[in-house]
Design a binder for this molecule. Sequence first.
Ligand SMILES: *Cc1c(COP(=O)(O)O)cnc(C)c1O
Length: 462
Amino acid sequence: MTAFQRHILPHVTSRYDVQEVRTSADEGGLLEVDYEWDRVRVPRSLREFEARWANRRNPLDYSGVWRFRELLPFAPDSQIVTIGEGQTVLQRSDECGKYVGMNAGGLYLQYEGMNPSGSFKDNGMTAASTHARMVGAKIAACASTGNTSASLAIYGSTSGLFRVVVFVGSGKIAFGKLSQALDYGALTVQIEGDFDDALARVREVCPEVGIYLCNSVNPFRLEGQKTIMYRVLEGLDWQPPDWIVVPGGNLGNSSAFGKAFAELKQLGLIDRIPRLAVINADGANTLYQLYDRQGLRWNGGKPDIAAIDRFYHVMDAEKRKADTLASAIQINRPVSLLKCLRALETCDGVVREVSDQAILDAKAKVGACGFGCEPASGASVAGAKLLREQGIIAPSDRVVCILTGHQLKDPDATVGYHSAKPGSIDPKLAAHGVMKVQFGNRPVPVANNVDQIIDLLRKFAG
Ligand SMILES: *Cc1c(COP(=O)(O)O)cnc(C)c1O
């Protein structure tokens, strides 16, 4: 094989075979998958991938992840586990663009909610499942705010290759997501605590009982998530946009995007790298605090680790817990922090925080434009709007916002927002600082009476 696992810090030379099951290096720290590119057959132009569009009967060519398999060549074709993930498209949305402040043709939405389990996580889970199969794993596990568990559970149930255990924080998971893990038959363990607690425990127990871990400390997941960027390029006739805007939770996605672009540039397949904007919720803003407020940088592979330790020390001393309605990004200890710092360096990136109010307003706007997404995804559009207002994004730029999860994942947030009346906001929203709904669409009660219904419709028709 031409693929191997290596330590993310360039001065640590540890290197492991792809067949090894690891979630960290011997000396600690994150691993990533790397390739000996000069020994891999890579297309000379991204356009060469287009030949696969006509080949719907080959599951590997049909998959929106594996049709780019030469760019994540860690598995033999015979081992690949696919359920047709990645059939997602880039949608131009001028209406949403107007809200953000863009010129016509300036805003695009990459709707990853259209994946089999309803979130972008499937892009990564197909790759982790493939690796699990390569190493003969019988049980796979993850901690999750919801979507990772839904995704792992669907890959376990459809492939039948391994059984699935998911760890969720108690009371912290949106019902759409919980219902998926249950329906797909995963052993669902509710830990007393939040996501950060659940991840810490699952990392401790998996090696003890020989369970394959599928959180994004698993470097193979990020390989699959690179393909979201390949599809964005595909949607733009292989021309890089000016900006990619993505919500930041555990920071696996932003890290994968940076790796995708660094590799494409290295391989001569693109000549320009888009800028990256990672958007935190202001109630879960570790990256924003460290990168934007404290100026922490990747620094060519020598980040100030002591500054990160100090930050977490204070966070623990003050007992600060992540708190946002955007449950998918309610994370205070982002596991891929260092990888994300590197992505921000690769992509000349920026980090912003947005309020839950801004997130839910942007989410409603996305819905009204015809797509719909879960709250965390709304952060990307809210973040683009903020960067536009700050003059960092220009109206003439081409901006791609990633809609990470499907609208139906978290119906409570949506119905709560739309049902609000002036002076009576859902207490759960109000507790998160959501004080008014800009784009509410309340259900209208009417008597079971033809005349009254006709009256109502006449008013609607104007
Ligand atoms: C997981 C998730 C995120 C956060 O992505 P990270 O890679 O953890 O930063 C954002 N939105 C949705 C819908 C998610 O499921």
